[in-house]
Design a protein around this ligand. Structure first.
Ligand code: C2E
Ligand code: CA
Ligand code: CA
Length: 457
């Protein structure tokens, strides 16, 4: 059961790999001449990249995509001063070269940022198409063309790369943003690239493992299910945490194959535990599904195939999705969730209460379980507002017939509050940390056999 090395994803490949942009010779020559020239002023390069342009093209059509590009080009062209030059450098990216912005670096920085923000705001004005209103945002990376200040003068190529990594940083921070290049960004970009290549090897060499964390009934303390959590055992190095590597798997598209492996392996574990009689069909195993996995057209067949291979009933699996999923296209997400839920598989909304969580989701999504974000549980003791919010989530969930699972339960006082609130189940260090499958097996064996065994001694 080795996950296949995935083909590099086409959409959003942009997010990860520092591409070499096709820059026109004239522009490149001009930048180089400027850098070598005698002006004592500071200039700047702005790389303006439209956000989610590939998805727009796919969902609204190439025809609308072309209109959006035209308008973005016009927007920038209209703002060009005599000291500026613009070029479309990739499908959806524009490079703006600005000469002699200011004498001091900090003034140049300020002006370049102001120009970038003006462009960003103008681009993100609503765009009217025959199908309605579209909003397209842009991420802008800036590199200053400072001369004689610190260090050697970069080449035009280096300066463009710097603008590009600043632009990636802007995307990483949520897009629709302006970022100025600094050396920290390069370091981070290099780390990400090296992590990405290690991850590609990890996929091939099967360096992943699944841990399981028990979910416990708040009424009687029995284990009612669990969640599988991906682990990367990277030879020779400290184990990376999912928070570090899952976003890279996601951005590079590798999560699709790794995710299918997670589903298959989860079914394998379930089969094993069912056969040992330590897992019962009413117990739930939670599997995390990231947005890219969810949207992958192979998800449903992959899930069906794994369930069949290990003879697992679909209702023993709960797919945990976060509201990040809903940013794109609410209706199509709901449709696909319904399709999967019709098979019998259940859905949990994960990290509920973080981000933009809206109670409306609880009504409009085909859900079974609400998992309250662990930040909320952590703040229960210290913060009255949190207390009220958790109460409200609990009330609304009950109204819509959803079970509530509290994440990150660490203390007896948190447990007490959850008991009072009528929360069904909890997950957290108080009950058990994520553990290797063998360890959970032991825990479950003890739980099942304990009352039956004669007392020791
Ligand atoms: P998550 O889905 O919210 O998973 C729960 C996280 O909370 C896990 O972190 C778990 O170790 C941690 N946790 C559990 N109980 C406690 C507690 O009492 N206190 C504290 N402080 N933490 C607790 P982990 O394993 O580091 O995973 C982080 C995130 O990575 C997960 O958050 C999930 O979003 C993602 N992830 C993990 N495995 C997978 C996977 O197989 N596929 C996908 N797509 N995402 C995964
Ligand atoms: Ca989860
Ligand atoms: Ca969570």
């Amino acid at each position: 059961s080795t996950p296949q090395e995935p083909a590099p994803s086409q959409t959003d490949a942009h997010d990860e790999v520092i591409a070499s942009l096709p820059i026109g010779h004239t522009l490149l020559g001009n930048i180089n001449r400027y850098l070598e020239g005698s002006s004592s002023h500071c200039g700047a390069l702005l790389l303006i990249d439209l956000d989610h342009f590939n998805s727009i093209n796919e969902s609204l059509g190439k025809h609308i995509g072309a209109q959006i590009l035209d308008r973005a080009r016009e927007t920038i062209a209209n703002m060009l001063g005599a000291n500026m030059q613009m070029d479309q450098v990739a499908g959806d990216a524009f490079l703006l070269f600005i000469q002699d912005l200011a004498i001091s670096e900090s003034d140049a920085e300020q002006r370049a940022t102001a120009i970038a923000n003006e462009i960003r705001c103008t681009i993100s004005r609503p765009f009217f198409t025959e199908n309605g209103e579209v909003i397209v945002t842009a991420s802008v990376g800036i590199s200053l063309l400072a001369k004689g200040a610190e260090g050697p003068v970069p080449s035009a190529y280096q300066a463009i790369q710097q603008a590009e990594s600043a632009m990636f940083e802007a995307k990483r921070r949520g897009r629709d943003a302006v970022m100025l290049f600094d050396t920290q960004i390069t370091r981070r970009a290099q780390q990400r690239i090296s992590l990405q290549s290690s991850l590609r090897k990890a996929v091939v060499n099967q360096e992943f493992d699944l841990y399981l964390q028990p979910q416990v009934s708040i009424h009687d303390g029995s284990v009612v299910g669990g969640e599988v959590l991906l682990r990367w055992i990277h030879s020779g190095q400290a184990m990376h945490t999912p928070a570090d590597f899952i976003p890279i798997l996601e951005a590079s598209g590798m999560i699709v194959d790794v995710g299918l492996w997670v589903i298959r392996t989860s079914c394998e574990y379930l089969r094993n535990m069912l056969d040992r009689g330590i897992w019962t069909p009413d117990m739930q195993l939670g599997v995390n599904i990231s947005p890219k996995q969810f949207h992958d057209p192979g998800l449903i067949t992959g899930l069906e195939h794994s369930l069949k291979s290990y003879d697992i009933s679909p209702d023993m699996i709960t797919l945990e999705v976060t509201e990040n999923l809903l940013i794109d296209d609410f209706e199509s997400v709901v449709d696909k969730m319904k399709k999967i839920r019709d098979m019998g598989t259940r859905f949990a909304i994960d990290d509920f209460g973080s981000g933009y969580s809206s109670m409306i989701y609880l009504k409009r999504l085909p859900l079974d379980i609400v998992k309250i974000d662990r930040e909320f549980i952590a703040n229960l003791n210290s913060d009255k507002d949190t207390l009220g919010l958790v109460e409200a989530i609990m009330m609304v969930s009950r109204h819509y017939g959803l079970d509530v699972v509290a994440e990150g339960v660490e203390s007896a006082s948190q447990l007490e509050f959850l008991t009072q609130q009528g929360c069904e189940a909890g997950q957290g260090y108080l009950f058990g940390k994520p553990m290797p499958a063998a360890e959970l097996t032991k825990l479950l064996q003890n739980q099942v056999t304990m009352p039956l065994e004669a007392p020791a001694g």
